[in-house]
Design a protein around this ligand. Structure first.
Ligand SMILES: Cc1ncc(C[n+]2csc(CCOP(=O)(O)OP(=O)(O)O)c2C)c(N)n1
Length: 276
């Protein structure tokens, strides 16, 4: 667990440096979900960058539905060995494979699906999960959605479809930080309470603390149940977690720190694996 904490700290540093270097991007949600995605990539998923293919065959699959969280996604992928860590410094630069939102035309290893247009990832993940069942592939499909993203209708179409087809190898996660681009989710559409909504759609619902590694690991453990129901883990997180002036506000949803802010943020995050 100590190791996961160290990796997550480095991932947060990567995100801050990448977005500062690009001069644009999405740091708040990215550092808020870093503990969950670090546990996913470094503990939970069965995956191997050396044998990875875009079909996802023979491995677990992760789809980032909330595509604006690309900075944390790229950091997890690079730190897991999908592509060189130095490439992180090219975020949003001309000719880079690391576009502001994930894209597959540049053949970036580890990415299954382009995202950024919110709402689509869950549908694709549900289809891939059923495909795995039909192929006799015992691996799982994971997908991360935002709570603001869950205001999209396609999410709920996919929710109905997945429970109808009993895709219990689908583990969806919501970054339940209570914030979205325009402010608190309660003031935008009032999407709460997500627990009731997902239960009503026939899913197995698990609520966990997205900054407590024991809680994150237990949630994944519970989600392994082969009970005919798709799983939704609602991870309670804090947007901007780890950097005091970014924490708990939507103001850093899509804003790059300047040089001074970048230095202040990095001073709060331990460098554990070496910067790129
Ligand atoms: C279809 C679509 N509509 C609107 C947007 C613009 N948009 C980008 S991020 C965002 C808010 C997402 O909120 P949330 O999923 O909670 O992410 P967080 O703010 O927590 O990072 C919106 C509305 C988009 N990318 N795609």
């Amino acid at each position: 667990m100590e190791n996961l904490q160290k990796i997550a700290s480095q991932v947060r540093r990567d995100v801050i440096r990448m977005v500062n270097g690009a001069g644009s991007g999405h740091p708040g949600g990215s550092i808020g979900i870093a503990d969950v995605l670090t546990t996913l990539y470094f503990k939970e998923m069965q995956h191997d960058p050396k044998t990875w293919t875009r079909s996802g065959k023979g491995q677990d699959v992760f789809i980032l539905s909330a595509g604006h969280l690309a900075p944390v996604y790229y950091s997890e992928l690079a730190r897991s060995g999908y592509f060189p860590i130095e490439e992180l410094g090219t975020l949003r630069k001309m000719g880079s494979r690391l576009q502001g939102h994930p894209c597959v035309t540049d053949n970036l290893p580890g990415v299954f699906k382009p995202s950024g247009s919110l709402g689509q990832g869950l549908a694709v993940a549900a289809g891939m999960a059923l495909g795995k069942k039909m192929d006799g592939d015992a691996h799982r499909v994971y997908v991360l959605c935002g709570d603001g993203e869950s205001e999209e209708g396609e999410i709920w179409e996919s929710a109905m479809w997945a429970q109808h087809h009993k895709v219990d190898n689908l583990i969806a996660m919501t970054d339940w930080n209570g914030q979205q681009i325009d402010g608190p989710t309660t003031t935008v559409t009032g999407i709460e309470d997500l627990r009731d909504k997902w239960s009503a759609f026939g899913w197995d619902v698990i609520v966990a603390d997205g900054h407590d590694f024991d809680s994150i690991e237990s949630a994944f453990e519970l989600a392994h149940a082969e009970n005919g129901k798709p799983k939704m883990i609602l991870f309670k997180t804090e947007m901007g977690h780890g950097v005091d002036f970014m924490a708990g506000t939507h103001k850093w949803h899509g804003k790059a720190p300047n040089a001074e802010e970048c230095a202040a943020a990095l001073a709060q995050l331990e460098e554990t694996l070496g910067d790129y």
